[in-house]
Write a protein that binds this ligand. Structure first.
Ligand SMILES: Nc1ncnc2c1ncn2[C@@H]1O[C@H](COP(=O)(O)OP(=O)(O)OP(=O)(O)O)[C@@H](O)[C@H]1O
Length: 258
């Protein structure tokens, strides 16, 4: 579903501020894979997600989603393939618009912008059903403006909007990090249910090692713009936080010695 091959990206290339963010990243995800990416600050996780979403143009390498080469496609031309939920709950929806207007906009992701959206009773019922799973009462507030919602409610809406059109690839960029622990758990459980029910292929960045072990079937560790460790299936499930931390140090020491 996703094939990233040899991605390289240097910001401010050729200047004293040059930063190598991706140093030959290759990663392949099969349909239904849920990969969790971990790594320290500056490891290149966001740059990788941004390159998959089309917000960063890579200097070298290729990206294919669902068999389509998207390397040269800008973000809006990938919108029918990729959806994203950001860390900032305010980033995924339009505050001055109502919940149902936001959902209606999301339902047109990837379609030509000249097409107007309609809000019939059937659609509203679909939106209600999707929002009910969060248990936050959003389904009864379809005509409320989004700017009145709490961070957790807004992030739940952002997730519902991201999966409304069943994207080929769902990008989750530390999407629970800014929420209180209880709401983070609610949004995480809704994410897992959506990934399973809609058989989504997902890529999630997190700093939470326990989440990285518990969720998804693939684990990818990045450091200094490279993939330095991968685990999948039972190998991943049987990892402990101590082993992961040890990996970080092992890799770090190796890189220092290299
Ligand atoms: N727009 C940019 N301009 C210049 N340098 C950048 C830019 N975006 C990222 N970088 C640099 O690229 C490197 C990788 O950054 P990136 O944000 O991808 O890391 P990250 O793993 O997501 O880190 P964090 O966990 O702190 O969010 C860092 O050295 C960062 O300073």
């Amino acid at each position: 579903m996703l094939t990233a091959t040899g991605l390289r990206k240097t910001f401010n290339a050729g200047t004293t501020n040059a930063r190598i963010a991706l140093d030959g990243v290759s990663l392949s995800l099969d349909e239904g894979d849920f990969a969790v990416i971990i790594g320290g600050n500056g490891a290149g996780k966001s740059t990788f997600l941004n390159s998959v979403a089309g917000e960063v143009t890579v200097d070298e390498g290729t990206l294919a989603i669902a068999g389509r080469d998207v390397t040269a496609l800008p973000t809006h031309r990938r919108a029918g393939l990729v959806s994203r939920v950001f860390q900032d709950p305010l980033a995924g929806s339009a505050g001055p618009m109502t919940i149902e207007e936001n959902m209606a906009l999301a339902s047109r992701r990837g379609l030509p912008s000249r097409l107007r959206f309609a809000l019939g009773g059937k659609r509203r019922e679909t939106y209600r059903q999707m929002l009910r799973v969060f248990g936050l009462g959003l389904e009864n507030r379809l005509t409320h403006k989004v700017e009145l919602l709490s961070g957790g409610q807004r992030q739940s809406l952002a997730l519902a909007m991201a999966i409304l059109t069943t994207p080929k690839l769902l990008l989750l960029d530390e999407h629970c990090a800014a929420l209180d622990p209880k709401t983070a758990e609610t949004v995480m459980q809704a994410t897992l249910a959506a990934v399973e029910n809609q058989r989504l292929t997902a890529l999630m960045v997190t700093h939470n090692m326990q989440h990285a072990i518990d969720y998804g079937n693939r684990l990818v560790m990045m450091m200094d713009g490279r993939v330095v460790f991968e685990a999948r299936g039972d190998d991943k499930k049987n990892l402990t936080i101590e082993q992961l931390v040890e990996r970080f140090h092992l890799v770090d020491d190796k890189m220092l010695l290299a």
